[in-house]
Write a protein that binds this ligand. Structure first.
Ligand code: PEP
Ligand code: MG
Length: 883
């Protein structure tokens, strides 16, 4: 087995696609060498050695010692130095490097090979005694810390003490002799802490460092990181040993980091920082302020410190050229580390750079336009979820934040406003021109108007599919839900959080992308839907198979959905239309009625309003499919619940307060989500379904005339468990259709289908498909009923479940492939077995979640439907699923 791979001097034994064996860093160092770029010679000990090490009681393969010696000798030849040589010593760095980047797993050991003897040789060769001793003391502290576990601060204390004694302020005031003196102190400290002297043998130092890197693979930090990022333990880490180059050899030496393009904006311009006369750790440590790379960046930042372009023009030109070579070679934006030693540039690392969503979009589109990647590759380069950042206002990254608490990131975007504690108040303040944040323990359908009026919604209870979360996402409004640390006192009109009490009218800001609740008004950035967004979405649409519809019921949402590219409405929740100011009274009248005649009288008032709603929706969607769902929620949700409200309703309707209270009691349920809702309402009160179906058909006739398009409504029955339920409600719908046809003389085309949102319905899908022309999987309820976890109460414990790894992600956010997903798959298969052309979609919140979209594509659904703001995310996710 080959355990060691060398690189340097324009060639290498490895290459970029050997990441599994050499780790990311090692593979890219080899690749850069092969490209003829200036890489300090070195070698990589493979990840297989790591695997061997743990499989054989923490020992190395027998050949390894010899292989490392050979590689060291080769590095010596290339550098003209020799490891451990008293006159011309080779110094090396030792770094870990796993297949996936694991920041912070193990730090680096620099300047390895220094001892009491070689330090003087280095001093002579560099012509700089202070540099040599400074390097030696850095090595002792790093080695102690990283290899032996003796923390830095032990040495810092000695240094601080010495500086005080000498009256020094800055490290730069220390002379070579000062460092030499401190080194004796450091070594004594080492001996005192570890009971043995600091190793003088460079080979002992090297094997110590190699062992520490392999050992670090199993330290707690690494184990935790792997668990969080699903990195298998079996991968192991590689060890990179590389000859040292020094950025701290005076004013013509430097060290820096750079990106080939701006990682936050995506602008195609070299972006980075460097420090003159410094070693790598100094840049990261943040003690000195780094300087800009380019003159342009320096001028832009208004800095007086010279740029690298001005200070080290030769090295800068070389670096600029190399960054182009690397970007063209890797065909992606690169994140690079470099060192300049006495004017000569050396490359220490390159890898694909991390970037913001905005930058990802711009870089992908520009790389494709430059011909470096294909359009399809560009589609694959942007994380669908990151589009969220682009479609909503966001908190200015430079803004100061005082975080009061963090809840669930229920609906993205950020908003500031005065806090109010009721929906009515939200409306009233909005009418006065104030911006408000509606703060509630939880919201219910009665709060819809207030939610519309508010800039954002904050709740102390409820999960990712709680009412507040679902409705806010539908409206494209920021929402933080389940912020359990909030104490809301409705009576006092206050909210208490992190020991501070806020009154009605006090300003807060919520960030629905992170779940943060912030004090005061925080500066925002408005979304910029630049040309690149449209370009990339166009490319995505060319490759995807899955259609994307929107969940929408208001004209505003429907228009928004169209503008985001929705190909129809997958779910119109008609109950949301029942809460409008003009109609809630008639809805209540219907619920309070004692008999069918009374209900019919109230429904007659609702009919024209519903019809107008549907006409408008059909007109906006211009012939695109529109799925309208019959009334779904428990009826008591429509009744007033406070005394004052009850009084008001009683007055408006001319009924007794007692009557409302009695009806409220009758409708009260222990478990409303499993109660009198869904198709059960249509079965008990068919006249409600009849009115809704009639409104839909009459609207279809009107809209067909006004738009000149064929309007094919899809009428959807919610929450069925049996075919018999669908048959009963379906008959009501068909009867209404026949009546409208007869009255208008028009010929209607329509489909009757059902939601599949109960496990039994999925299991019975073959039977149900005999009566259904389409299925729409309601994965919110299906998740609730499959897990037996209430979607409104899950917030209190699901977080713990995710933390403990019981579930990987919140199953209300990303579909539980192994459980709920299997029911969807089975339902789809059984349904299609009966009716091969059965149209299949999903309209739960999962329709806008990239991982769930991928799953829906894999099981052959026809479309996903999600809230309007997530339509672009779903389009991109669907495209990536098809790549
Ligand atoms: C569902 O249950 O997934 C669904 C879309 O319906 P609702 O969220 O309205 O219950
Ligand atoms: Mg449902």
């Amino acid at each position: 087995t080959k355990w060691v791979y060398t690189f340097g001097d324009g060639k290498a034994e490895g290459k970029a696609d050997m990441k599994n064996l050499l780790g990311g860093k090692g593979a890219n160092l080899a690749e850069m060498s092969n490209l003829g770029l200036p890489v300090p010679p070195g070698f990589t000990i493979t990840t297989e050695v790591c695997t061997y090490y743990y499989a054989h009681g923490e020992t190395y393969p027998a050949e390894l010692k010899g292989d490392v010696e050979k590689a060291l000798a080769q590095v010596g030849e290339l550098t003209g130095k020799s490891f451990g040589d008293a006159a011309n010593p080779l110094l090396v760095s030792v770094r870990s490097g796993a297949r996936a980047s694991m920041p912070g797993m193990m730090d680096t050991v620099l300047n390895l090979g220094l001892n009491d003897e070689t330090v003087d040789a280095v001093a002579k060769l560099a012509g700089d005694r202070r540099f040599a001793y400074d390097s030696y003391r850095r090595f002792i502290t790093m080695y102690s810390d990283v290899v032996m576990g003796v923390a830095h601060h032990h040495y810092e204390e000695i240094l601080e003490h010495y500086k005080v004694e000498k009256g020094y302020i800055l490290d730069t005031e220390l002379s070579a002799d000062d460092w030499a003196f401190l080194i004796t102190k450091y070594k004594a400290k080492y001996q005192a802490e570890l009971g043995k002297p600091f190793p003088q043998d460079p080979h002992e130092q090297l094997w110590g460092a190699i062992g520490a890197v392999f050992g670090s693979w199993m330290n707690n930090r690494a184990i935790t990181y792997r668990r969080l990022h699903a990195i298998p333990e079996s991968w192991g880490t590689a060890v990179n040993v590389q000859s040292m180059v020094f950025g701290n050899m005076g004013e013509t030496s430097a060290t820096g980091v750079a990106f080939t393009r701006n990682p936050s904006t995506g602008e195609n311009a070299l972006y980075g920082e460097f420090l003159v006369n410094a070693q790598g750790e100094d840049v990261v440590a943040g003690i000195r302020t780094p300087q800009d790379l380019t003159e342009r960046a320096r001028i832009h930042a208004g800095s007086t410190k010279p740029s690298m372009e001005a200070a080290l023009p030769e090295a800068f030109k070389a670096f600029e050229r190399i960054s182009h070579i690397l970007e063209n070679h890797y065909r992606d934006m690169q994140d690079m580390e470099f060192t300049v030693e006495k004017g000569k540039l050396w490359m220490l690392q390159t890898r694909s750079g991390k970037r913001t969503g905005k930058a990802a979009l711009r870089i992908a589109v520009e790389l494709a336009n430059e011909g470096l990647i294909t359009e399809e590759e560009a589609v694959g380069r942007v994380e669908p979820g990151s589009l969220d950042q682009l479609l909503h206002p966001a908190i200015d990254p430079k803004a100061e934040r005082t975080v009061l608490t963090t809840g669930l990131p229920a609906s993205p975007g950020a908003a500031s406003g005065a806090i109010v504690f009721s929906a009515d108040e939200a409306e009233a303040w909005k009418d006065k021109g104030r911006k408000v944040i509606l703060v509630r323990a939880e919201t219910s359908p009665e709060d819809i108007n207030g939610m519309h009026a508010a800039e954002g919604i904050l709740t102390s209870r409820g999960g990712m599919t709680s009412h507040a979360a679902v409705v806010a996402r539908g409206m494209g409004k920021p929402c933080v839900s389940g912020a359990g640390a909030l104490r809301i006192d409705y009576a006092a009109q206050t909210m208490t959080v992190s020991g501070e009490t806020f009154k009605k009218g006090d300003l807060i800001t919520i960030d629905g992308g992170t779940g943060q609740v912030l004090k005061g008004e925080v500066p925002m950035q408005q979304p910029e839907l630049s040309g690149e967004f449209a370009t990339l979405m166009g490319w995505a649409d060319k490759v995807r198979r899955l259609k994307v519809r929107a969940n929408a019921e208001t004209p505003a949402d429907a228009r928004m959905a169209r503008s985001f590219g929705a190909e129809g409405i997958g779910l119109c929740r008609t109950e949301h239309m029942f809460f409008d100011a003009g109609r809630i009274l008639a809805v209540r009248e219907m619920i309070l009625a004692d008999d069918e005649a009374g209900r019919r009288a109230a429904l007659a008032k609702l009919l024209p309003m519903q019809r107008d709603d549907f006409v408008e929706l059909f007109e906006i969607m211009k012939g695109l499919p529109v799925t309208i769902r019959l009334l779904d929620p428990p009826l008591h949700e429509f009744l007033p619940h406070t005394e004052a409200e009850t009084l008001e309703v009683a007055k408006s309707l001319g009924v007794d307060v007692e009557r409302i209270e009695r009806r409220n009691k009758e409708l009260h349920e222990m478990n409303p989500m499993l109660g009198f809702r869904g198709c059960r309402i249509a079965i008990a009160f068919p006249e409600i379904a009849e009115m809704q179906a009639r409104a839909i058909f009459e609207a279809a006739v009107i809209a067909a005339k006004t738009t000149g398009e064929t309007v094919v409504p899809e009428i959807m029955v919610p929450l069925i468990a049996t075919k018999a339920e669908l048959d009963i409600v379906g008959a009501v719908i068909r009867k209404a259709a026949a009546a409208v046809e007869e009255e208008t003389g028009a010929k209607l085309t329509f489909q009757v289908g059902t939601m599949i949102e109960l496990p039994r319905a999925a299991l019975q899908a073959d039977k149900i498909a005999e009566s259904a022309e389409f299925f729409s999987f309601g994965t919110n309820d299906l998740t609730q009923t499959t897990f037996g976890v209430s979607r409104d109460d899950a917030g209190t414990f699901l977080g713990t479940y995710v933390q403990k790894g019981i579930v990987e992600t919140d199953p209300f956010v990303s579909i539980d492939v192994d459980g709920v997903g299997q029911l969807v798959k089975l339902g789809a298969e059984r349904g299609r077995a009966t009716r091969p052309n059965l149209k299949l979609g999903i309209c739960g919140e999962h329709g806008g979640d990239p991982a769930s979209v991928k799953f829906c594509d894999s099981i052959g659904l026809d479309y996903v439907s999600c809230s309007p703001f997530r339509v672009p995310i779903a389009r991109l996710a669907a495209a990536q699923a098809a790549l």
